[in-house]
Write a protein that binds this ligand. Structure first.
Ligand SMILES: C[S@@+](CC[C@H](N)C(=O)[O-])C[C@H]1O[C@@H](n2cnc3c(N)ncnc32)[C@H](O)[C@@H]1O
Length: 215
């Protein structure tokens, strides 16, 4: 029997939910065993970091959702409170004047970002420098629309043109910044998959995984 509720069983409508689950699944898979802090840069309404905290059930880990917009910060705080997630914190944060005081002294932090670092202006270099300076060891997982930059290097046809990306206000410095940090020997890129497609924005998100080198 088919449900008559509009949209029920419609794969196109369900897809964004599966995409979100795929992101949570990837984050859980890549979480370093000894990480004691998880940082979401550009946490929006806080749903991803709260879902992750809820799924992991790890009171030994502190979760930080970092967001520029006040309503996003408030939404995260309310969501965490509603779900009794005492270890989830809302942080007032700007990627262009980044401060990581909240994780100073942490041995191993896991940082991720979903479609936010491309808004760094003029580049996310300072953010990475502050992060690498504040924490002994960092593992990063980035889901960012940079495929138009990866295309040349990896020989993969970009589905998201540079012109289109720039019309969205995306900066094209993210990939170059990551490569520069790698060339300086400060990070090691572990994996790059330039084919993670967001059904909500039709953006090709590249999944980039790297770790800081031991200081
Ligand atoms: C694509 S959304 C992030 C989606 C979110 N990570 C999620 O899983 O739902 C981009 C976010 O970056 C935030 N943002 C934009 N510029 C920022 C800045 N300069 N500093 C911090 N956050 C910023 C926006 O307010 C927005 O919430």
């Amino acid at each position: 029997m088919r449900c008559s509720r509009p949209g029920c069983g419609d794969v196109a409508r369900a897809e964004p939910k599966f995409y979100r689950l795929a992101i949570i699944h990837e984050l859980i898979k890549q979480l370093p065993v000894d990480a004691t802090a998880i940082v979401d840069v550009g946490s929006n309404d806080g749903s991803t970091i709260c879902d992750l905290a809820l799924a992991l059930q790890r009171p030994d880990i502190s979760f930080f959702g970092c967001e520029l917009q006040l309503n996003g910060q408030q939404s995260l705080a309310e969501y965490a409170d509603m779900l009794d997630l005492d270890n989830v914190h809302s942080i007032d944060f700007n990627i262009n004047s980044p401060r990581f005081d909240f994780i100073k002294g942490v041995r191993h932090a896991f940082m991720y970002s979903i479609g936010t670092l491309v808004y760094a202006n003029p580049s996310p270099l300072r953010l990475f420098e502050e992060l690498l300076f504040s924490v002994e060891r960092v593992s990063c997982l980035l889901f960012e629309p940079v495929s138009y930059q990866l295309a040349n290097e990896f020989g993969i046809k970009p589905a998201f043109s540079q012109a289109k990306a720039q019309s969205y206000g995306f900066s094209d410095t993210l990939w170059q910044t990551i490569k520069t940090l790698e060339q300086q020997g400060r990070i090691a890129i572990r994996e790059v998959f330039p084919d993670f497609i967001s059904p909500t924005t039709a953006t090709v998100m590249s999944l980039i995984h790297f770790e800081s080198k031991t200081r």
